[in-house]
Structure formats: C-alpha cells, structure tokens
Design a binder for this molecule. Structure first.
Ligand code: ZN
Length: 382
C-alpha cells in the first residue's frame, strides 16, 4: 500500500486525505495531457496554456473521484458503517470504513453508490461534448471530451467484478444474499478478484513486451487487485473467527495497572520490569480510565519525565476500555486499538480484569487456523 496520506480537508464531517502518490499521478496526468493531448486537440495552443489545461483536467478528474467516494461514504454512513477517511491515492480514491455492512442489501447499496455518482458525471460531460457546436472554443471542447472519456473509464474500471472494486462488492453482495454466508461469499469474490488481477498482469506484461509501455498500467492495476483481494479475505476471516468471542476469553490476567499519581519517571519502571508496550491507568477509586503507552513515554522530553504525572497524559480514548462481554471482532475495528495494540478489559463497574493485546488475538487466530486445518483435509494420526 502507498505511503501515509496527509489530511487536506474535512467535508460533511469526513476527513479527506491525499497520499504522496497522488501528487505524482497529478503530475503524470498533467504532463501527458499538456505534452500530448491538448497540443493535438487545440491548434496553435501555447505550451503554458496546454499544461495549465492539463493541470486543471487532472484536478477536475480528482474532484470526480472524490465525488464517487463520497457517494460510497454517505451511503455507508446511512447503513450504520462509520467512515474514517477518504483517501486519494495512486489509482484514484478509497473510502476507509470502520467495520463491515451487516446485510447483503446494505453492501449492495454501498457498492452501487459510487457508480451512481460517476454515471451522471460521465453522462453530463458526454452530452455536453456532443451538444457543443463546432464553433465553440476548441479548448473547451477538448476539456469536456477528456472528462467524459475519463469518467466513463473510471465507471468501467470500478464495475469490473473484481473484489474489492465496486463490481466485485456487488458480486459478493449477491453471493452473500444467495448463500447467507458472508465468509464463503467473500472467499469466492476474492478468488474472482485475484483471478482477474492475474489476467490483467499477464495482459500488461505481454503488451509491454510487444512494445506498448502503456501495458504497465494494466500490470500495476492487476497487482493492486491481487493484493487488495487477498487482504480483504484475510480481514473477513479474522472477523469471522472472532465474532462471538468475547474479550474475557482472550485476555491475559491480571491487569497490571499504573496508579495515576505516579510521575512518568516512576512509571518507566513498569515498562522495564514487565516489558509490555502499554499499561492500564486507573483513577483513585481503582477504575480503569485509559492506557499509557510506551510511545507516549518516548514522546515526552527527558526533562519533563519527573514533573509529568501519568494521569495527565494517559490515552483516555473510550475504545481502549472493553467490557468483558464485548466481541473481539468489534474491538478489532477500533482505530485506537490498532494504534495502542492493547486494551484493558473491564467489568460492569469499570474495574480492570485483564488486558487483551493484538498478540493475544494473533495467537488465538493461529490456533483457530490449526484447528480448521486439522478438521478438514489432514487425517489425524492415531
Ligand atoms: Zn467505488
């Protein structure tokens, strides 16, 4: 996956980020349009005007992609799936979701929401391109024609039935609706996505070898599909394995807590002695209120360690406190848990019972896979 994205805006409460790759792509599109497309379309255009139109077209294209992703995000929100962020990156956009749709119908409307935005965009530019009289400025006609074609391409690409593209999500939703088994539907959709990915890679390599360097795009998109389809399948397996498993089943006991009145200097001893990456923090009544992580200690300048109290910098994100009966699948969807890697398991009164860590969950996942394998293919020796 590409490098870290940088937040540039917040629209309708949803953060929008751009990956550094996005700048490279804007540059490439600007260059290819400025050097090739516009000089061919607009007779006598200056180099500066040609590149300016190229840049404007690239930005307009990304506005269309952003609109497409917002289509997904707003529907996701309506069916109760939270949208963490919309990212613009190498191959367009992606709406990062926290959690999964709960019903096949939700998945279907979520998947179709993006194309439902891109279709009218492509149609409007298409109609404009056809309706503009030949006497209209050539530059205007060229700008509109490019947007019509590129939006049609985006629409077509997203409708390829390769999970996790929109078309693949539609396929998964329909399979899920028919069988009622999201795990099996995901596995089939993911295999289909990987298969199409490999076909695109082969096509890209063959056309490149035959002297068409544009084929590299197909290979790149194919690789993206293979990796993304596998990742979605693994995520689905993890969620399936841990749905119905509660936090108390996987926690390590006892919960070793750091009292809030200690200074960071004193708290360091806990990290040295137990070698955990984070500890629960309690209040004066003994209830858990958050976590203190080794990252937070490392970020604090040495000169402040003796003067800062644990209670002042504890991470009080409520997602780091998990009720003993809460589903592990739910915890795995929490960004705070991914960030800290540990959460404190509490009883009804907020008393710390234990700690559940990513390592605990990974161990359980490996054990579950072992169990699955021995149940299915391999004969058990007597
Ligand atoms: Zn989409």
């Amino acid at each position: 996956m590409p490098g870290r994205s940088v937040r540039i805006a917040r629209i309708a409460g949803i953060p929008v980020g751009v990956s550094p790759w996005w700048l490279i792509i804007v540059g490439l599109i600007t260059w290819s349009l400025g050097a090739g497309y516009y000089p061919g379309e607009v007779h006598g255009i200056t180099t500066a005007a040609s590149y300016a139109l190229g840049l404007a077209s690239a930005l307009l294209l990304f506005a269309s992609i952003l609109a497409h992703e917002f289509g997904h995000a707003l529907v996701a929100r309506r069916v109760g799936v939270e949208v963490e962020e919309i990212d613009l990156w190498l191959l367009g956009g992606v709406a990062r979701m926290r959690g999964q749709p709960k019903k096949p119908g939700d998945e279907l409307s979520f998947a179709l929401a993006g194309p439902a935005v891109t279709t009218p965009i492509a149609a409007i530019f298409g109609v404009l391109a056809l309706a503009l009289p030949a006497s209209a400025p050539a530059a205007l006609r060229a700008v509109i024609r490019y947007q019509a074609e590129i939006n049609l391409l985006i629409l077509g690409f997203n409708l390829i039935p390769a999970f996790p593209l929109d078309g693949g999500r539609v396929a998964r939703a329909l399979l899920w609706q028919r069988s009622g088994d999201i795990g099996a539907a995901t596995a089939t959709a993911s295999r289909l996505g990987q298969g199409i990915g490999y076909v695109l890679i082969a096509f890209g390599v063959i056309s490149t070898l035959n002297g068409a360097p544009g084929g590299l795009w197909f290979a790149l998109i194919g690789m993206f599909l293979v990796v993304a389809a596998k990742a979605e399948q693994v995520q689905e397996q993890v969620l399936t394995t841990f749905t119905g498993v509660c936090a108390a089943e996987l926690m390590s006991q006892p919960a070793i807590c750091i009292p809030p009145a200690l200074t960071l200097d004193e708290a360091q001893e806990y990290f040295a002695r137990y070698r955990f990456t984070a500890f629960p923090i309690t209040d004066t009544t003994g209830r858990a209120v958050g976590m203190l992580s080794i990252d937070q200690l490392e970020r604090t300048p040495d000169s402040k360690l003796a003067r800062t109290f644990v209670a002042e910098i504890a991470d009080r994100d409520p997602a780091l406190l998990v009720h003993e009966n809460e589903d592990i699948a739910h915890l795995l969807e929490q960004p705070a848990f991914a960030r800290v890697g540990r959460a404190v398991v509490v009883d009804g009164e907020g008393g710390p019972l234990g700690v559940v860590s990513l390592t605990d969950i990974q161990r359980a996942l490996r054990a579950a896979r072992l169990h699955d394998d021995s149940n299915s293919a391999r004969p058990v020796p007597r």
